[in-house]
Write a protein that binds this ligand. Structure first.
Ligand code: GRF
Length: 205
């Protein structure tokens, strides 16, 4: 059984989509904990009240790098999200993970990014796509490596960028697709169907 830990900092709509996709299933994934670095993240209530998943706040309190991430790792491991059998999903978690954490959970950390990587990495991806004049953008689920939004791509889906789009309308259109794509990627991972060869991720079966 794959022990799932989800890291959030805010509204948690991707977390909600993942947990909803797992609810009622006696599948291969067991949601163990939702952790936030922000005590006021609205997603915490959704996790505990709607989904009955334990939540924990690991406040940053000025801690940086592995100083902070070691607390994160301890919290995850205390709930059974281990480097050997766990999966960590970043869902709007607004911190960069240290190399130590990434190596500890090597190829067991997923992230969703609201653009078609390698276009528009980092913050404000939707705004960057509009300002660039892109006609198509979308979202990417990828493994997390030591860079920012640079890890091997698992799934991508495109959405059109309209001439009258604002950052908000594009973000909304992309978010609807994120909510389908992230649960799909989690389920492919849980079924052992992701074969990573260098940068390329083959989907088996
Ligand atoms: C999403 O747009 C996701 O792609 C990005 O952060 C946002 C998180 O939204 N990484 P939510 O907290 O899941 O609603």
């Amino acid at each position: 059984m794959l022990g799932l830990g989800i890291l959030i900092s805010g509204r948690g709509s991707n977390m909600d989509a993942i947990l909803t996709s797992l609810s009622g299933k006696t599948g291969k994934v067991s949601p163990k904990v939702v952790i936030s670095d922000k005590a006021d993240a609205p997603g915490l209530r959704i996790a505990s009240e709607k989904h009955g998943v334990p939540v924990q706040v690991v406040p940053a309190e000025g801690l940086r790098g592995w100083e902070y991430d070691s607390k994160l790792a301890s919290a995850l491991e205390a709930y059974g999200v281990t480097p050997a059998s766990g999966l960590v999903c970043l869902a709007g978690f607004m911190r960069l993970l240290s190399p130590e954490f990434v190596r500890r959970y090597s190829m067991r950390i997923l992230n969703i990014h609201p653009a078609l990587l390698p276009s528009f990495p980092g913050l404000h991806a939707q705004r960057k796509a509009i300002e660039y004049g892109a006609k198509v953008s979308g979202c990417t689920v990828h493994f997390v490596d030591e860079g920012t939004d640079t890890g091997p791509v698992i799934l991508q889906r495109a959405v059109p960028v309209g001439e009258s789009d604002t950052e908000e309308t594009l973000a909304e259109r992309i978010l609807r697709v994120e909510h389908e794509l992230y649960p799909e990627a989690v389920s492919l991972f849980a079924e052992g169907r992701l074969a990573v060869q260098g940068r390329r991720v083959r989907i088996l079966g």
